[in-house]
Design a protein around this ligand. Structure first.
Ligand code: FMN
Length: 324
């Protein structure tokens, strides 16, 4: 285990509830932290530095009321933004002495120094071995294939093993962590933590609409479509949401990121807005069988994790088969 012991000891599970644009709000984050799971959220989900400050104060107050150990929140700084806005968010995070931060979409160079200086553990989101080698952060989130949102393309198992060969700091796998058994498998592979996104969308505490949550329950793995249509980058989307928005999932355009923003961005030319009218999910959608409160979902993942550990112990205890 390469996570600092002071952090690892607080966790009920080696799990991060993933940062998700327009999905991870203060209610989801607070509920997960209070249930012993690290919960991430893009700082842009709070609409201003003042709201970000209020969110972090509320999460700290909620955690203070819980008698058992609780997990820290993990803000996510999206780097492809106005540098002044990033610096303002960073100041709020340092003021609240957050324990960990994930930096994604762009170089973390501008924030790593100040965050490390404030004693914060910094994780960089990477999707290739080259980016893992270049990352300045102490920790890495390996964005594997099949992830919700803008996905990686490298097979998660290969990615973890390749990076473990060159990096002995904290490692997190994102993408394909379907349930507690998959989380245990990630630990066996060499990860310190797994990250789950899609399963946490289907909770009443998320910022998702009821229709989005219901669609996740009704969808299966084959309903996830890999497309560049809405972001210009490989993104996993729910086929049914595309059809419901009046588009043909089999005849989507392949725009550049700028073109996609002009058409499907919040002020785009199409009547369909990405993330709002068409929805994302990872391959893990097949693990969503109901909308459950965050605490109940974590309870289930914990039970699945314990069952997988027992299964492993039973496999190891089985006497060796006689050789022919
Ligand atoms: C709706 C949605 C929004 C996302 N937004 C972000 C984001 O703002 N920042 C980020 O680093 N990752 C984002 N992600 C990726 C997740 O953090 C995580 O890598 C992914 O959900 C893991 O795959 P899973 O959903 O199959 O568990 C998003 C994913 C989804 C589904």
């Amino acid at each position: 285990m390469t996570l600092p012991a002071t952090l690892a000891q607080r966790l009920r599970l080696p799990l991060i509830a993933a940062p998700m644009l327009r999905v991870s709000g203060v209610d989801l984050v607070s509920a997960a932290c209070c249930a012993g799971v690290i919960a991430a959220f893009p700082t842009v989900n709070a609409r201003s530095p003042q709201e970000l400050d209020a969110w972090l104060a509320r999460i700290a107050a909620d955690r203070d009321r819980v008698e058992r150990p609780t997990a820290p929140p993990c803000p996510n700084l999206i780097m492809r933004r106005d540098p002044d806005a990033i610096a303002e968010d960073r100041r709020v995070l340092v003021h609240h002495r957050v324990a960990m931060v994930i930096v994604s979409v762009g170089s973390p160079a501008a924030v790593v120094g100040p965050l490390h200086g404030a004693g914060c553990l910094v994780f960089a989101d990477v999707a290739s071995l080259l980016h893992a080698e270049k990352a300045l952060a102490a920790g890495l989130v390996l964005l594997g294939s099949g992830a919700g949102g803008q996905t990686g393309w490298v097979n998660g198992m290969s990615f973890v093993r390749a990076v473990r060969g060159i990096h002995d700091g904290p490692l997190v796998l994102a993408g394909g962590i379907h349930d507690g058994a998959a989380l245990w498998a990630a630990r066996v592979l060499g990860c310190d933590l797994g990250m789950m996104g899609t399963r946490f969308i289907a909770t009443p505490e998320s910022l998702a609409s009821d229709a989005y949550r219901r669609m996740l329950v009704d969808s299966r793995l084959d309903d996830v479509l890999l497309t560049r249509a809405f972001t210009g980058l490989d993104t996993n989307m729910l086929r049914q949401s595309i059809a419901a928005a009046g588009l043909d999932p089999a005849a989507l355009p392949t725009p550049s990121p700028d073109e996609a923003r002009q058409v499907f961005g919040s002020e785009g030319s199409a009547h369909v807005r990405r993330w709002v009218d068409v929805w994302s999910a990872g391959h893990t959608v097949s693990g969503v069988d109901a909308v459950r409160p965050v605490a109940e979902l974590i309870e289930r993942i914990d039970a699945e994790y314990a069952a997988a550990q027992r299964e492993t112990a039973a496999l190891l205890a089985r006497p060796p088969q006689p050789q022919p």
